[in-house]
Design a protein around this ligand. Structure first.
Ligand SMILES: [Fe+2]
Ligand SMILES: [Fe+2]
Length: 273
C-alpha cells in the first residue's frame, strides 16, 4: 500500500521524534500505521459512490425537527427514549470517578489518548487528548474553551492550551502535521460551512504561536479515534494522571476552584436549579 510519508512522520511526533527511535521501533511504528490505514485504503479502492454531504442550510433546517438543541451536553439528552437515572457520585469524587460515572463510555477520548501514547507524544499532549472532549457531557458549543476552563485549575498550562485550541484547529487542515479536514465536519456542519470570525481570528493567532503544535497534535490524534470496535481503558493513563492532574483532596466540585460549579453540575445534572 502507498505510504503518505509526511503524515506518517507527523503521526510519530515529527522528524525530531523519529530521529530518536531505533530501527526496530521505526519498523513497528510503520506496521501500526499500515494496519490503521488499511481500512481507509480498502474503502477508497472499493469504488463506493461518494457520500453526499448536507449543506449548512439543510443542517439549519433540522433545528425544529428536534425537542432538544444540538448544543446540549450529552448527559442532558437521550437519543433513545428517556434519560436514565444516574449512579450517585462518591463523596469526594476523583477524575477516575467522573470518567466511570459521567463521561462513560468516553471511548473517543480514550482512543485518541491511546494513539497519542503509542506514537510517543509528550505527557502533556497525552493528557490533553484524554480530556479534550470530556466537557461534551456538559455542553457542546465552544467546547474547546469550556473544556479548558473545566480542567485548567488541575492540569499543566500546555495541556489546557491544547484543549482550548484543538476546537479551532479542527477546522483547518495541516498536511505537514498529518491533519486533514475531516469528512465528519462536512456531515455535521454542512459541506459549505465556514467557521465564525472568532474561530478564524483564533486560528490566525495560533499559526504564529510557539505552542501551535500542542493543540495541533490533539487534532491529529482526534482524527483516528472514532473506531466503534476499539477496546480501550483508562488504566494505561493512571500514571500520567497521577503525575499531572492535581486532584483536590475534597474531590472535584468540593474544592472552591474556578470550575468547581461545573464539576457539581456534571455530578448532579438532574438538579432543577
Ligand atoms: Fe473536540
Ligand atoms: Fe475529539
Amino acid at each position: 500500500m502507498e505510504i503518505d510519508r509526511r503524515a506518517f512522520i507527523a503521526s510519530l511526533g515529527g522528524a525530531a521524534a523519529v530521529n530518536l527511535m531505533d530501527s526496530e521501533a521505526k519498523a513497528d511504528a510503520l506496521e501500526h500505521w499500515m494496519e490503521e490505514h488499511l481500512d481507509e485504503q480498502v474503502a477508497a479502492n472499493s469504488g463506493q459512490t461518494p457520500e453526499k454531504f448536507p449543506t449548512a442550510a439543510e443542517i439549519e433546517a433540522q433545528i425544529e425537527t428536534r425537542n432538544f438543541r444540538r448544543g446540549a451536553g450529552s448527559l442532558f439528552t437521550s437519543n433513545r427514549g428517556n434519560v436514565k437515572k444516574l449512579e450517585k457520585m462518591p463523596k469526594n469524587p476523583s477524575i477516575h470517578d467522573f470518567f466511570r460515572l459521567r463521561f462513560a463510555p468516553a471511548n473517543h477520548v480514550l482512543q485518541s489518548a491511546t494513539r497519542a501514547l503509542k506514537t510517543g507524544m509528550s505527557e502533556e499532549i497525552v493528557l490533553a487528548c484524554l480530556l479534550h472532549d470530556c466537557v461534551l457531557s456538559l455542553i457542546k458549543p465552544d467546547h474547546g474553551w469550556w473544556g479548558a476552563q473545566l480542567f485548567e485549575p488541575y492540569i499543566p498550562e500546555k495541556s489546557a492550551f491544547a484543549i482550548r485550541y484543538h476546537q479551532t484547529l479542527r477546522f483547518y487542515a495541516d498536511s505537514d502535521a498529518g491533519y486533514e479536514y475531516p469528512d465528519q465536519y462536512y456531515r455535521i456542519f454542512g459541506q459549505d460551512y465556514t467557521p465564525p470570525p472568532h474561530i478564524e481570528a483564533t486560528y490566525k493567532m495560533l499559526r504564529n504561536h510557539k505552542w501551535y503544535m500542542e493543540p495541533r497534535m490533539v487534532t491529529v490524534n482526534d482524527l483516528y479515534a472514532f473506531d466503534p470496535n476499539a477496546k480501550v481503558s483508562i488504566d494505561p493513563f493512571t500514571d500520567i494522571i497521577g503525575r499531572h492532574f492535581k486532584s483536590p483532596k475534597d474531590g472535584l466540585g468540593n474544592d472552591n476552584s474556578p470550575s468547581a460549579h461545573m464539576w457539581r453540575t456534571l455530578a448532579n445534572p438532574d438538579q432543577p436549579l
